[in-house]
Design a protein around this ligand. Structure first.
Ligand SMILES: O=C(O)CCC(=O)C(=O)O
Length: 215
């Protein structure tokens, strides 16, 4: 992130508290991050989560960086300091992502979790949900898109509320905070083949979250 000394003005998303920074990561920064991520994901293999209770497999793979990782367990969603597959601590959040948080989060403490969502098939998607497992709900969620463009959906505060959608392309950064922190959101679909950044194709989403309230 060294190129960005100050942050540009976000574009209007139509939702107060949701800021979109199109192309905040330029091509070279995206390539550098993908190289780093590819190496990390070789060691720490992404896994396919299953829905709590029903055990239905998700259409994406996941992994985490940070002191706390977000995991889907048979009894519900939780934050865990270890990977459920190999019981090891998660790798540290890459410095470029910590710098991104510094630039856009306006929060006095660093993120503790970087959830990695890999949309690696044309059918990969994420249903409407709220990010509500964090104690620090005053902190925004900072989300970076890499690779294929997706159609991102934002709803209201109840599942059936009216929703709207917009595209997120590689390098785009979305900040979900303030009065929109608990809005439903999800990924309708991936526009397969729209980017050549990710080896083998697809989309990678990196979602930075502060989990505990800073002391
Ligand atoms: O992939 C995305 O852009 C959204 C990810 C997301 O909503 C989440 O991890 O909670």
């Amino acid at each position: 992130m060294p190129k960005y000394q100050s942050r540009p003005a976000p574009v209007e998303t139509g939702f107060e508290g949701i800021a979109l920074y199109p192309g905040l990561l330029d091509g070279p920064a995206q390539k550098a991050l993908i190289t780093e991520l590819s190496a990390a994901l070789e060691t720490e293999k992404p896994y396919r989560p299953h829905m709590p209770r029903t055990g239905k497999p998700w259409s994406i793979h996941q992994m985490n960086f940070g002191e706390l990782g977000w995991v889907s367990r048979p009894d519900g969603y939780a934050y865990s300091s270890t990977n459920p597959v190999n019981s090891r601590k998660w790798p540290a959040i890459p410095p470029a992502l910590l710098a991104l948080w510094e630039l856009v989060a306006d929060y006095p403490a660093p993120p503790e979790c970087c959830l990695v969502n890999l949309y690696d098939t044309p059918k990969s998607r994420m249903g409407l949900h709220r990010d509500e497992d964090e104690a620090a709900l005053d902190a925004p969620v900072v989300s970076l898109s890499l690779g294929d463009t997706c159609l991102f959906r934002v709803g209201g505060f109840a599942r059936g509320d009216k929703s709207g959608s917009f595209r997120l392309a590689s390098g785009d950064v979305l900040v979900i905070g303030g009065p929109s922190r608990l809005r439903y959101h999800g990924v309708d679909r991936i526009i397969h083949g729209s980017s050549r950044l990710v080896p083998g194709g697809g989309r990678i989403n990196l979602t930075l979250r502060r989990v505990t309230k800073p002391v």
